[in-house]
Write a protein that binds this ligand. Sequence first.
Ligand SMILES: O=P(O)(O)OC[C@H]1O[C@H](OP(=O)(O)OP(=O)(O)O)[C@H](O)[C@@H]1O
Ligand SMILES: O=C(O)c1cc(=O)[nH]c(=O)[nH]1
Ligand SMILES: [Mg+2]
Length: 194
Amino acid sequence: MTQDDILDEFRSAGALLEGHFILSSGLHSSVFLQKMFVFQDPARTERVCRALADKIKETYGPIDYVVSPAVGGIVPGYETARHLGCKAIFVERENGVFVLRRGFTIPEGARVVMVEDIVTTGLSSRECLAALREHPGTLVGAACLINRSGGKADLGAPLVSLVQLDIPAYAPDQLPPELAKIPAVKPGSRNLRT
Ligand SMILES: O=P(O)(O)OC[C@H]1O[C@H](OP(=O)(O)OP(=O)(O)O)[C@H](O)[C@@H]1O
Ligand SMILES: O=C(O)c1cc(=O)[nH]c(=O)[nH]1
Ligand SMILES: [Mg+2]
């Protein structure tokens, strides 16, 4: 699948949103990729994640474990692992910090790839990779569906993506006036309180 094919999947799923969004990093943007609109359709998710699995195989070779950051990474992590023929586990936040819970373990020598849905600043990916460095296994690299940082996000590890975009994101005190006048929503799960 080409970059355009992947973007078409997001577009036809209604996942390319425009408005005023507060991102996981705290930055603001007029564009939000609501990946869950893609992941609610198993056939669409299969197409997209098969392409990611192919790219991972080609770049990193055989993989034993996919590890993803919750919540957004869980579905694409699982589906990508299905195409790689490997295990899929996830890190989730405990007191705000990503950790492997639920008794998940990674065996010594296992080849591990981190699969993320969207990369904006790379902060969530770096947090996930930091959690993984506390465990055995050989971290071969990272992969995501869409890297919207224009290639600027530095994970401190290799990153492959199906689509690279350069979507502007702004500090809260540097909003363009047309964005400032729209009420902001925060779709992601970081800092969610129940
Ligand atoms: O590269 P970053 O600047 O970290 O932004 C990208 C992250 O933001 C989203 O997660 P979020 O924390 O919003 O929660 P979610 O996974 O529940 O959607 C997305 O799933 C990535 O994990
Ligand atoms: O940076 C984010 O939080 C983010 C951006 C985006 O387009 N989609 C998403 O799910 N999260
Ligand atoms: Mg996430």
